[in-house]
Design a protein around this ligand. Structure first.
Ligand code: GLP
Length: 241
């Protein structure tokens, strides 16, 4: 795993945005895997500003998101559908039909998992996957104990994840208890992976990712099995490295 150490969140965001915009500008056809949460927001701001200033176009870009809550209406302000529209899609020239997010409102959720896997395959697989990391090492919504062989599946969210994400909801009770997420094997099929981390709250997870064992009790450690992973993290997140 390559590590890019940055001074702060702003530089972390800029470094990731530079890698993404270079690819968008040079690749004829590109499928980006996208993430939600606070961490990638700065990257999305940089992509939008680069699109506005330099005209970088997303007309030929396809996107697939990592995950979505189950039983949260697509237009709920806390759904990942709303997050992506508000923070990225509505501010770029990407056609809506090029973007995909798992449907947590599907009647048949098992079928939806299969459909999502097929959809990723039909887009030619993921060229570049952006990831954040949970304090417990989750990637996407793959909580500790998830099999490294997992494909898109339904998960029960860890209490620590619900608590961490409750900052976006009116109260903890409003945070969904389950989600649909790309599996770890789905993520590992990506040709290239960028994992972002900022702030002291992520320092232990980053230290365990870099120095710890590769096992299913710590989902992000699966990334050690991939040959093209870059961690872009700021000083605070790298304070134990
Ligand atoms: C959420 C998302 C993850 C994200 C993680 C960290 O639960 N499902 O994809 O990486 O938590 O979020 P944040 O970047 O807000 O710290």
């Amino acid at each position: 795993m390559r590590i890019i150490r940055t001074a702060n969140y702003q530089e972390m965001s800029q470094a990731a945005a530079n890698i993404i915009t270079d690819k968008v500008r040079s690749a004829g056809k590109l499928t980006l895997g996208l993430a939600t949460g606070s961490t990638p927001q700065g990257v999305y701001e940089q992509l939008i500003s680069n699109h506005d200033r330099n005209g970088t176009s997303y007309r030929n870009v396809q996107t697939v998101n990592l995950d979505e809550y189950i039983n949260l209406a697509i237009d709920d302000p806390n759904s990942y559908h709303s997050f992506m529209k508000k923070n990225l899609f509505d501010l770029l020239d990407i056609p809506a039909e090029n973007t995909a997010i798992p449907n947590g409102m599907a009647d048949d959720l098992d079928r939806e998992c299969e459909r999502y896997e097929e959809l990723i395959r039909s887009k030619g697989g993921i060229d570049l996957q952006l990831l954040g990391i949970g304090g417990n090492g989750h990637i996407g919504f793959n909580e500790p104990g998830t099999l490294f062989s997992s494909r898109t599946h339904i998960v029960s969210l860890a209490e620590s994840t619900r608590q961490a994400n409750s900052r976006f909801f009116p109260s903890l009770e409003d945070v969904p208890k389950s989600a649909i997420t790309m599996g770890i094997a789905t993520i590992l099929d990506s040709k290239e992976i960028l994992l972002l981390a900022s702030g002291e709250a992520k320092a232990e997870a980053i230290s365990r990712l870099i120095s710890g064992d590769c096992d299913e009790s710590f989902p992000a450690s699966a990334l050690k099995l991939h040959e093209n992973v870059t961690i872009i993290a700021d000083e605070e997140a790298l304070k134990y490295i």
